[in-house]
Design a binder for this molecule. Structure first.
Ligand SMILES: CC(C)(COP(=O)(O)OP(=O)(O)OC[C@H]1O[C@@H](n2cnc3c(N)ncnc32)[C@H](O)[C@@H]1OP(=O)(O)O)[C@@H](O)C(=O)NCCC(=O)NCCS
Length: 190
């Protein structure tokens, strides 16, 4: 079921893109697996090597209802544009007692650059901060991943600092930028 729907006005093409989110299901694993192999998706982040079988079982084991009962660790949504799956968002909850979680996202190569993720993340925030006990949502992005940085800033995430040598990417340790959004800030935004 879609959380909500929003319309993106694409002035250049004079058309609207309808962006929706729904929980990922086992049959999405093939698409997710394919997208995870794309160069642009892996360029800034070290994705774990997962077999299709592992990915399918990962997605199949998620219980989205747990998120709303303050249980569970990992949740994934499919992002669609005009009804077609184009990417995904992952949420990892590290601590329910303090309401701490981290979000990650990606669009398939051919759907990048159309502003879809800004809307998709906006929909997820609306749901998380209104209907779950998440208080602080973190996100990281590579120092030179400008589109990702903009997606976060446009959704009200604040830059909190430079994470030096955060992980190893293709054999080299790279820095990351830490962003976070607080429920309190979200609910009192103008
Ligand atoms: C990051 C990603 C999700 C962005 O999604 P998107 O919907 O395609 O975002 P867009 O490319 O439309 O750009 C978002 C914003 O960044 C801006 N932007 C894009 N490239 C930019 C650049 N080189 N410099 C500055 N701003 C840039 C766009 O203008 C847009 O801002 P605006 O809406 O104010 O005009 C998508 O590119 C992606 O999936 N990349 C591969 C995986 C990835 O990097 N995931 C994030 C890991 S942290």
């Amino acid at each position: 079921m879609a959380i909500a729907e929003k319309f993106l006005s694409d002035t250049s093409a004079q058309r609207a893109i309808r962006v929706t989110l729904r929980p990922a299901i086992a049959s999405d694993a093939d698409l997710l697996w394919r997208w995870r192999g794309e160069w642009t998706v892996r360029r800034h982040q070290p994705l774990h090597e997962l077999s299709l079988v592992q990915l399918r079982s990962d997605v199949a084991s998620q219980r989205m209802a747990d998120l709303y009962r303050s249980r569970g660790e990992k949740f994934q949504w499919m992002v669609s544009a005009n009804g077609e799956p184009v990417g995904w968002i992952t949420l990892v909850v590290s601590n329910w007692e303090h309401g701490l979680a981290e979000v990650g996202y990606a669009l398939a190569n051919e759907f990048q650059g159309s502003g879809v993720m800004t809307l998709a993340l906006g929909q997820l925030l609306e749901d998380l901060f209104h209907h779950t006990k998440i208080e602080r949502l973190e996100a990281r992005c590579a120092v030179d991943n400008q589109p990702s940085r903009r997606v976060l800033e446009k959704n009200g995430f604040r830059y909190e600092g430079l994470l030096r040598g955060y992980f190893k990417l293709r054999g080299t340790r790279v820095d990351n930028l830490l962003f976070a959004h607080l429920r309190q800030d979200y609910l009192t935004r103008r």
